[in-house]
Ligand binder design. Structure first.
Ligand code: FES
Length: 168
């Protein structure tokens, strides 16, 4: 089936530039998925198939990469994707309490999205900020050295933003 989506001309230029920076087309897959995420807003089946066709890579390989990493924005993810690090440093410094607090405040468990589509909660592996544990990533922003009060404040701030933007 032919793709009905494609990169905009600016993204296509960036993609072509990327290809000059890698020894093989396939080696440029991770940054190309970033471009796709940014251009299309999320990575669902049509977007992954488009990248696979564009890069002449089997769609199953692209799907495997997108689902292996937690940092790509997959189809159905809420407006705010809250990813709580659950690896050792963060676990020792209370990441489970952070998850429980978010669950309590938003009514969703890890792996779920609020019915309004505003929030998705995930538990993820190390985000490379172990010295500021416990921490979470919300979309592109890191929130570090979290107390439960910080979590409450963040949720309130995001709720206000979500309701102000009314995106889902
Ligand atoms: S253990 Fe949480 S950022 Fe590394």
């Amino acid at each position: 089936m032919a793709n009905t989506i494609s990169f905009c001309s600016e993204t296509m230029k960036q993609y072509e530039w990327l290809l000059t920076r890698y020894p093989t087309r396939r080696a440029a897959l991770l940054p190309t998925l970033r471009l796709a995420e940014s251009d299309f807003g999320e990575l669902g089946v049509p977007e992954m198939r488009y990248v696979a066709d564009l890069m002449e890579i089997p769609p199953a390989f692209v799907f495997g990469v997108v689902t292996f990493y937690t940092h790509y924005r997959r189809a159905g993810t809420g407006k705010f994707h809250i990813q709580v690090c659950s690896t050792l440093s963060c676990a020792l410094r209370g990441s489970e309490d952070v998850v429980s607090r978010i669950t309590e405040r938003l009514g969703i468990k890890p792996g779920e999205t609020t019915p309004c589509g505003h929030f998705t909660l995930s538990k993820v592996e190390c985000l490379g900020s172990c010295d500021t544990a416990p921490m979470l990533q919300c979309n592109d922003d890191y929130h570090e050295d979290l107390s439960l009060e910080d979590v409450d404040q963040l949720i309130e701030q995001l709720r206000t933003e979500a309701e102000g933007g009314q995106n889902g």
